[in-house]
Design a protein around this ligand. Structure first.
Ligand code: 13P
Length: 252
């Protein structure tokens, strides 16, 4: 039985004081919620304050990106050990916004996944097709390319530690989410890919989140899919009541 995991991707929102209001509100609202893993991913600038505030609560925290080198002259980048230093347990990699605006490729995603695993941080690896790719029947090709490229050269043991987020690009921030059937179909496809490559034990344990316009009024239908183990939430993770309600509605 996979434990549901709901993660909030705060993207480039929230100053430090706004981030503190949000995390303190969530702590209050979600006190005692133990059936779901809850994660927030604030911007780097707010991470250390959010970490302090969330410490000892049922909310884990993570980053939205990382660089794969140990340290060095890489202006503007953040190393995995800087994240472990702040108690990060998770880190998003390969988000479509990073693939689109910052030239993230399967190969850079793969480097980041490996570096995070080496440092004991769980990668939340995002995969998903664009609208034109879906419309031209390429969804499964794109998704398998993202999954296989991002997970290249990893062992089954390593794969069992990661989280995959299926985020169809056309559903992100558009209010247009995939139907529960469309989401389940791709989630099953991903799990079957993992099964072929790493065997049934590994594939049965990997958690696959759905992302793209997830709200409190559609999460129940989405999470009812057999292979859907949670959500990566953007816009609705920025408001205490909305995110808390999504968490409460996510019990399997
Ligand atoms: P929205 O929930 O705002 O569509 O964003 C989804 C997303 O990109 C999460 O990573």
């Amino acid at each position: 039985m996979r434990r549901p995991i709901i993660a909030g991707n705060w993207k480039m929102y929230k100053t430090v004081s706004e981030a503190l209001d949000l995390i303190n509100g969530l702590k209050q609202e979600l006190k005692g919620e133990t059936a779901v893993d809850i994660v927030v991913c604030p911007p780097f600038t707010a991470l250390s304050k959010v970490a302090e505030a969330a410490k000892g609560s049922n909310i884990a925290w993570g980053a939205q990106d990382v660089y794969w080198q140990e340290e060095g002259a890489f202006t503007g980048e953040v190393a995995p050990k800087m994240l472990t230093d702040l108690g990060c347990s998770f880190c998003i990699v390969g988000h479509s916004e990073r693939r689109t605006y910052f030239n993230e490729t399967n190969s850079t995603v793969n480097n980041k996944v490996k570096a995070l695993l080496k440092h004991g941080i769980v990668p939340i690896m995002c995969v998903g097709e664009r609208l034109e790719e879906r419309d031209s029947g390429k969804t499964f090709n794109v998704v398998s390319d993202h999954v296989e490229g991002g997970l290249k050269d990893l062992s089954g043991e390593e794969i069992s530690k990661i989280v995959i987020a299926y985020e169809p690009v056309w559903a992100i921030g558009t209010g247009r989410n995939a139907t529960p059937q469309q989401a389940q179909e791709v989630h099953k496809f991903i799990r079957d890919l993992l099964k072929k490559a790493y065997g049934g034990d590994v594939s049965a344990g990997v958690r696959i989140q759905y992302g793209g316009s997830v709200k409190s009024d559609n999460i129940r239908a989405i999470i009812s899919g057999e292979d859907i183990d949670g959500a990566l939430v953007g816009g609705a993770s920025l408001k205490v009541k909305d995110f808390a309600e999504i968490v409460r509605q996510s019990k399997k």
